[in-house]
Ligand binder design. Structure first.
Ligand SMILES: [Zn+2]
Length: 246
């Protein structure tokens, strides 16, 4: 592996192709569009062969589309998993972007900048949009799928009867579940990654994980960057069975 710091500032490293999913209409937990960013145009009615190409561009519009794709893919994935085990799945209620400290609160607590969280009190995901766009540009589009996959996994942990209390075990499990969601989506052909993307993704994550200005990557409650990366790839390669969901 090369010098980590030297990898910073590289362009997006991941290329994802999200196969067109069944049109909207069932997106009960879709992206909250109440923020300044323009929503992507509606995708319903597009032919099935249409693909969304998260092709390394770094525009806010592309970012928005990737966020929507990641949420929709996660919803679909978990709905399928629940159905397969005879359970009903309720999508996470909302995904909310924010740009100022304290703009969004969870259980009365203002959310800090440079972060993304799942708030179990309100059953929503919130993310600092400026921080997320910066990470999107620094690491690549695959990162958004990981980020949303991780936060979505916390919602699933709660749905499975867990109490979400930020333990390292829960954080690493969420990373594993995010990996399983992405790996399974690739295996089922809903999502395509290009060769080498994952390795670059891993290196990119480790590099950003060194950056103290980014709480989402902060060690402590989340585990080290290496632990997180290991959990993610365990899930990615071995699917949910490797995530200790019991
Ligand atoms: Zn987490």
């Amino acid at each position: 592996m090369g010098d980590r710091a030297g990898r910073r500032g590289r362009g997006p490293i991941a290329r994802l192709v999200v196969a067109a999913l069944v049109a909207a209409g069932c997106m009960a937990g879709g992206v909250d569009q109440g923020e300044p960013q323009r929503p992507a145009p509606p995708r319903s009615g597009q032919p099935e062969s249409q693909t969304t190409r998260a092709d390394g561009t770094t525009s806010v519009a592309e970012f928005q589309r990737d966020i929507q794709d990641a949420v929709r893919l996660a919803e679909q994935y978990w709905a399928q998993q629940f159905r397969a085990s005879g359970q009903r799945f309720t999508p996470i209620r909302r995904v909310v972007p924010y740009s100022r400290e304290g703009e969004v609160t969870c259980a009365g607590q203002g959310l800090p900048r440079n972060n993304a969280v799942y708030c179990s009190a309100g059953d929503f995901i919130a993310y600092d949009v400026n921080w997320s766009v910066a990470a999107f540009r620094q690491i690549g589009d695959a990162f958004l799928f990981y980020l949303l996959g991780h936060e979505y996994a916390h919602g699933v942990q709660v749905r499975l009867g867990g109490r979400y209390d930020f333990t390292i075990q829960q954080e690493l499990q969420a990373d594993c579940m995010a990996g399983a969601y992405l790996g399974d989506s690739v295996r089922s052909g809903v999502l395509e990654l290009e060769d080498g993307d994952l390795e670059e993704f891993r290196e990119g994550l480790l590099a950003v994980g060194d950056d103290p200005d980014q709480p989402w990557f902060a060690e402590g409650s989340h585990g080290t960057a290496e632990q997180r990366s290991d959990s993610f790839f365990r899930g990615y390669e071995k699917s949910l069975g490797a995530c200790g969901l019991g």
